[in-house]
Design a binder for this molecule. Structure first.
Ligand code: ADP
Ligand code: MG
Length: 366
């Protein structure tokens, strides 16, 4: 089911008396394609949960509409939208068995939707098998691990065969190993069911790894939407560039002069037809090439061996952060007897941003 957000806005009155309204979702106007897994990504407080709550009907928009396919669902109550919702804190009923927890949404169906006991049992079994907890149906939630409890919550969201599945930071309460495993499970379940899924997280790696498409937002405003690799390779602004990637992009204070990117008096990269002006120069960690004649001279801090790659930690007076992190192949040896290290850069790993607006400045063929 395709989901269309049509100039969707949500304003909350300020929590303090004299403050201005909070615009949690500001004129969202985009389409979520049918059958895909979408990662809704942004820092805490940027409006991710509000967006989900608008889609599932727990909140009413201040402006705009929501469409599921050709249906305008803006004024439909949550139970008539056909959405399944999973929250961070599983929210299972502790006194009910897993079977009863999963069955719960089916027991409230009325009229023509009402199911027989056998039909309910069959639906529960199908959902439980999908999330691989069919052997645990007689347990209570307290007798299960966090990962298993979250699977129960997912089964409960799927049992009504929703048109849209909404997951709000579903992995946040799990430890690192379970997080990894459960996110792969979510990706598998999504592919098996083909249900349009919106997955909210503040963790860029999580969103990048399983999403068909990511939606990056900040302060209620859409920043960029696209395939994870495309957004990483081609960020629309400095915020997006900094938000995606570990280690993060290295940002230098620089300027463009006579077709060259300058960092201090170092001529870093020829960019051709770009207006002379101050810029932020973003260089991805994998964009540095060790080269003793390279134009960028950095103060060498330390070298961290990581097996396949080597991480070079360095400093530069024009860097906007503490330290530079360059990732180079392990076979390229750094001369640690010196206290400086020189790099040249890979052009497609360098992004320029306007110093004021922080919008991307394109050069070359992009
Ligand atoms: P996220 O899920 O990305 O962390 P939220 O959607 O929860 O962000 O919140 C977005 C913004 O809206 C925040 O500034 C938050 O304080 C505000 N907000 C959320 N819910 C309410 C509410 N019920 N009343 C007032 N402000 C709210
Ligand atoms: Mg939230």
């Amino acid at each position: 089911m395709k989901v269309v957000l049509d100039h969707l806005t949500k304003r909350f009155p300020s929590r303090d008396k004299n403050g201005s309204d909070v615009i949690a979702v500001n004129d969202f106007d985009f389409e979520i394609p049918d059958g895909k897994l979408i990662g809704l990504l942004g820092p805490s407080g940027c409006g991710k949960s509000t967006t989900l709550n608008l889609i599932c009907g727990l909140e009413a928009p201040s402006d705009g509409k929501i469409w599921f396919g050709e249906d305008d669902v803006t004024n439909l109550p949550p139970e008539h939208r056909g959405v399944g919702m999973v929250f961070q804190n599983y929210a299972l009923y502790p006194h009910l068995t897993v079977r009863k927890n999963i069955m719960f949404p089916l027991q409230n169906l009325k009229g023509a939707d009402k199911l027989s006991k056998e039909e309910m049992e069959a639906r529960v079994m199908k959902a439980a098998k999908l999330v691989q907890i069919d052997k645990l149906l007689d347990r209570k939630p307290s007798e299960m691990s966090g990962g298993q409890q979250q699977r129960v919550a997912i089964a409960r969201a799927l049992v009504k065969t929703p048109r849209v599945l909404l997951l709000d930071e579903p992995l946040s309460n799990l430890d690192a190993r379970l997080r990894l495993q459960t996110r792969e499970e979510i990706s598998r379940i999504q592919k098996e069911t083909g249900v349009t899924t919106i997955f909210v997280t503040h963790d860029q790696e999580e969103a990048m790894s399983i999403s068909d498409m990511i939606v990056v937002m900040k302060d209620g405003i859409l920043q960029q939407i696209g395939k994870p690799q495309d957004v990483y390779d081609d960020p629309a602004n400095l915020f997006v560039a900094k938000f995606l990637g570990t280690p993060p992009i290295n940002v230098f204070e620089g300027f463009v002069e006579n077709g060259w990117v300058m960092i201090g008096d170092e001529k870093i990269l020829e960019v051709g037809e770009v207006e002379d002006k101050p810029v932020w120069v973003g260089i991805r960690p994998e964009g540095f090439v060790l080269d003793e004649n390279g134009p960028l001279t950095c103060e060498l801090e330390r070298v961290e061996v990581m097996g396949r790659d080597t991480s070079v930690v360095a400093r530069h007076e024009k860097l906007a952060g503490e330290t530079i992190r360059a990732i180079i192949p392990a076979e390229n040896k750094v001369d640690t007897s010196k206290n400086t290290v020189n790099f040249r850069v890979k052009s497609f790993k360098v992004h320029l941003f306007d110093r004021e607006s922080e919008e991307r400045i394109y050069f070359g063929d992009k």
